[in-house]
Design a protein around this ligand. Structure first.
Ligand code: MG
Length: 297
């Protein structure tokens, strides 16, 4: 069975006859999916192979950018432009409408960022991103280098361009997303791999545009939460070691989509945003749901 239904609510979210499709394979660590509805395609990273790929239902798989500075997570800003985290240059960039690349952030208080991992853009245009050390830990997903900053979560102001470290008490912040009304911010902490650091999702209440609190929302098992997105009703769909886990706003695990590879990230897309695209180690998967994504884009 593709689905594991742990709560009756989940049976309404899935389609009994919808297959989990493997759309493409041959990657080393697929990550950072973002749906480009106007181009009817998905962009995603293959980090160790230093490329951004494009998958379209019309034309299949092609290369979008290579080399790609070991890009990881992507999103779109409110003007539809691609915003990307780059391990290689240790920065967050925006791809303009003419294809040129603008650097949005590469340092904080005079020190180089570690390796921006995942990114979201809020309704006010602010760019929020996580900065763990995974991309400078080895030469596999970037360039091995000394860590200059703690692993923070940052907010880039859309008007002033000022960078602010908004969350500074994480081991390794990773995936992040807002609830549909932006009253909450979810951030995964994936810790230092093999060092038994806490691995869980924390939830923050947004007060005056800044996150407050930060209690543990859910500890994903097996594996850990990496990328995640919310649907239109505020359920959180998280990557996990055995597939995708669907969590209710109260933290209850409602059910799972079993995927035969470790899942790194996911996003909603396709017609009516009812397809869930899943990057999982060497492959890209998709499955249709009786749900629509809420997360911009
Ligand atoms: Mg990630």
């Amino acid at each position: 069975m593709t689905f594991e239904i742990l709560d009756p609510r989940f049976s309404r979210y899935v389609l009994f006859n919808a297959p989990l499709k493997k759309l493409a394979t041959g990657f080393d660590w697929a990550e950072g999916p973002v749906w480009m509805g106007d181009a009817n395609c998905l962009l995603f990273s293959d980090i160790p192979n230093d490329r951004i790929l494009r998958w379209s239902p019309d034309t299949g798989l092609s290369t979008y950018r290579q080399p790609a500075n070991f890009a990881n997570g992507h999103t779109r800003d409110r003007q539809g432009r691609l915003v990307s985290c780059e391990h290689g240059e240790r920065r967050v960039t925006r791809t303009e409408w003419d294809g040129t690349v603008t650097v949005l952030a590469d340092s904080y208080q005079g020190k180089r960022l570690n390796s921006p991992n995942d990114v979201v853009v809020a309704q006010d245009g602010a760019i929020w991103f996580t900065d763990p050390h995974y991309g400078i830990f080895s030469n596999y997903e970037g360039h091995k280098a000394a860590q200059e900053l703690p692993c923070n979560v940052y907010r880039l102001d859309p008007v002033t361009g000022a960078l602010e470290a908004v969350l500074t008490d994480f081991n390794c912040p990773n995936g992040l997303c807002f609830s549909p009304d932006e009253s909450r911010l979810y951030v995964a902490d994936t810790g230092r791999v093999f060092e038994n650091d806490p691995q869980h999702i924390r939830v923050f209440e947004m007060v005056d545009g800044r996150p407050r609190g930060g209690r543990i929302f859910h500890a994903i098992a097996p594996g850990c939460a990496d990328g995640m997105r919310v649907d239109s009703e505020g359920n959180l769909w998280s990557s996990a070691g055995d597939g995708v886990h669907c969590l209710a706003p109260d933290g209850t695990l409602l059910g799972k989509i079993r995927v035969p590879e470790i899942v790194s990230n996911l996003c909603f897309g396709g017609r009516a945003k009812q397809q869930l695209f899943i990057t999982a180690t060497t492959s890209l998967y998709a499955i249709s749901l009786n749900r629509s994504g809420a997360q911009w884009p």
